[in-house]
Ligand binder design. Structure first.
Ligand code: G6P
Length: 356
């Protein structure tokens, strides 16, 4: 059955492995043979085009997928986009624009914090769309519109394939509203191929996890722009299952305080996929290294330097989050195994949080 672990020791590893297939499935589901969008209700497109601002509301990893999606909606669809944590938005609603449109991102479709916001927004009469993995869930039923993530059941508490599926669907939706300037169907097929390349190099991440993290109590992920957005998700993956206290940080902000935490040997993972800021991030890597950090650089081929820990295959720069998160998922997985912990069921956490 779809919910069997099969040959896998943990669901998380199975779900990390499924990401290439899910990406390919999405590119085939949302595009027809002529590369035109299909399976997105024209009313969704019309309602979004009529909006003057998008509000993405989500929790946890889904919130992190929203941070990435914001770039697609702003750069491709040209609609200003805000991303909000649902538990905050529910009781501290920001001032809204004249014509807001709400997007709820969720794996389960049952997160109580997000449901609370959907209730509030529905009462205020604004249009709503839920993008979720579990269709027929509360959030998909109660929103005006719904789109599926098609990732298949996600069982491990640490979300992996739902995150990359959310990013893909956000990209497809932004492309459908505006102009990505890409043959996005083809680009996503390329992403799927390169995802598989990374997935097949698991041993590299096992070695990185063991050498960089064994015996460490804290770590950092840094990057700028889209890499900063992925850094917070990468940090969440590592901390939630391995219990290594990890912060994801906008690299340029480190010097304003947090750099004082760097000690001899502190692991600092740097994500380097964005050409515009690569030089600055290299400087920030040098600054933490000068204070004793063990820097582990994950960079695209174009931006790589000798000594980097892992070279990422390249796709369109805006789609790099779909690739660069995979090393972080696998580093988290192997660091957790190395500590003898249960990867799929970290302490104190639930797969879906249905209470506020
Ligand atoms: C829980 C899970 C997370 C998930 C978050 C949001 O905290 O452990 O993995 O990201 O809920 O869940 P959702 O189903 O709304 O995406």
């Amino acid at each position: 059955a779809e919910t069997d672990k099969g040959v896998y020791p943990y669901y998380m590893l199975k779900e990390v492995d499924e990401q290439a297939i899910v990406t390919r499935t999405l590119s085939q589901y949302y595009f027809d043979d002529e590369n035109n969008i299909q399976n997105i209700d024209a009313n969704i497109i019309d309602a979004m085009k009529a909006a003057d601002r998008l509000y993405i509301v989500a929790a946890g990893t889904s919130y992190h997928a929203g941070l990435v999606g914001k770039r697609y909606f702003e750069q491709w669809a040209k609609i200003p986009t805000e991303v909000h944590i649902s538990s905050e938005f529910a009781y501290d609603q920001p001032m809204l624009s004249q014509k807001p449109f709400f997007i709820f991102l969720s794996q389960s479709g049952e997160t109580a914090d997000s449901r609370e916001v959907l209730d509030n927004i529905t009462k205020q009469g604004y249009p709503t769309l839920t993008i979720a993995n579990v269709m027929n869930s509360t959030l998909t039923r109660e929103a005006d519109f719904a789109l599926p993530l098609l990732a298949g059941p996600e069982i491990a508490v640490a979300s992996t394939k739902a995150y990359t599926a959310q990013i893909s669907v956000e990209a497809i939706l932004a492309h459908a509203i505006g102009h990505s300037g890409l043959n996005l169907k083809l680009e996503l097929a390329k992403v799927a191929v390169e995802m598989q390349v990374i997935i097949d190099q698991k041993e590299d991440f096992k070695a990185i996890a063991e050498s960089a993290l064994s015996g460490q109590r804290s770590a950092f992920y840094i990057g700028r722009g889209l890499d900063a957005a992925v850094a917070v998700e990468a940090a969440l993956k590592l901390k939630e299952i391995s219990y290594v206290q990890t912060e994801g940080f906008a690299a340029g902000e480190l010097k304003h305080g947090t750099i004082s935490l760097i000690e001899e040997g502190t692991p600092v993972f740097a994500l380097l996929t964005q050409a515009k800021t690569a030089g600055l991030v290299r400087g920030e890597i040098a600054q933490v290294a000068a204070r004793g950090a063990n820097t582990i650089v994950i960079a695209t081929k174009e931006l790589a330097k000798t000594g980097d820990a892992y070279i990422l295959p390249e796709v369109n720069e805006l789609l790099m989050p779909l690739l660069e998160v995979i090393p972080a998922q696998l580093i988290a997985y192997y660091a957790t195994l190395d500590r003898g912990l249960d990867v799929d069921r970290p302490r104190n956490l639930a797969k879906s949080v249905t209470v506020q």
